[in-house]
Write a protein that binds this ligand. Structure first.
Ligand SMILES: O=C[C@H](O)[C@H](O)[C@H](O)COP(=O)(O)O
Length: 251
């Protein structure tokens, strides 16, 4: 049975439109986060109703647990090999469909899974659509080994890109460090605005203690933006983004 009461209608609309793209026999990547969780529930409902035969890989332990609890069988990415489509959430989506991800500390596995997919579809609400990335703090997964050294190297890289002086904060849950599914730590870069995302992505990737950053550049093929009234807007790469969406429709 499909979810309804208590579920954010914008997330539900996006999730339903994305799940409608799923075809019998597909190999799917399942994203992480609250919007992806709505999608996983919709997918499980469709599978139960229609008996679809799917092969699914999860982008986090949390998603694997949710999917399994709903009767979906999760396999490892390596067992499946290559995916037809990954459906995932995002923290920010810009007009070129570049993304910030990792608000749930899952961006490392999410990027590995998206990179192994023919198509990445993002499900989001209008609040995620931005003109320029960076208001959402950029998550960077780093090794525990040499953590403070890596933080210094990140600060140096930011200085070189004229993005210095911003907070580079370790992500905590209460007073404990957030530990990712891969056993690493998270630094959140509070940049406000990222004028040159490719340059920042290159600089972060060149730092040895950085495992993966949350910039997803050129990976998303389609963003499905759900609205509170249950309608959706589908944004394909290079398509213009509706000015109303950038104003977040007052949401
Ligand atoms: O690490 C988490 C992921 O990148 C999520 O997909 C992202 O944070 C969006 O999550 P939500 O749908 O809960 O806003």
């Amino acid at each position: 049975m499909s979810q309804s009461s208590g579920v954010d209608p914008a997330k539900l609309a996006a999730a339903q439109a994305a799940v409608a793209l799923v075809e019998d026999g597909m190999k799917l990547g399942l994203g992480t986060g609250s919007t992806a969780a709505v999608m996983v529930r919709e997918l499980a409902a469709r599978v139960a109703a229609e008996g679809l035969k799917l092969r699914c890989a999860a982008t986090s332990q949390a998603t694997a647990d949710l999917a399994t609890s709903l009767g979906l069988r999760i396999e490892s990415l390596d067992e499946i090999g290559w995916l037809d489509m990954t459906i995932d959430g995002a923290d920010e989506v810009d007009p070129d469909l570049h993304l910030i991800k990792g608000g749930g500390a899952a961006h490392l596995r999410e990027k590995v899974v998206a990179a192994a997919s023919d198509r990445m579809v993002v499900v989001a609400d209008p609040g995620k659509v931005v003109e320029i990335l960076g208001a959402f703090p950029l998550p960077v997964e780093v090794l525990a080994f040499g953590f403070e050294t890596t933080r210094k190297l990140i600060r140096r890289a930011l200085d070189e890109l004229e993005l210095g002086g911003h907070d580079v904060m370790q992500r905590l849950r209460g007073s404990d460090p957030v530990i990712t599914d891969e056993g690493n730590l998270i630094l959140d870069l509070h940049l406000g605005c990222i004028p040159d995302a490719p340059a920042l992505a290159r600089a972060l990737a060149a730092i040895p203690g950085v495992v993966e950053h949350g910039l997803f550049l050129g990976m998303c093929d389609l963003a499905i933006i759900g609205r509170k009234d249950g309608s959706v807007i589908q944004l394909a790469r290079d398509a213009d983004i509706d000015a109303d969406l950038l104003a977040n429709e007052g949401e």
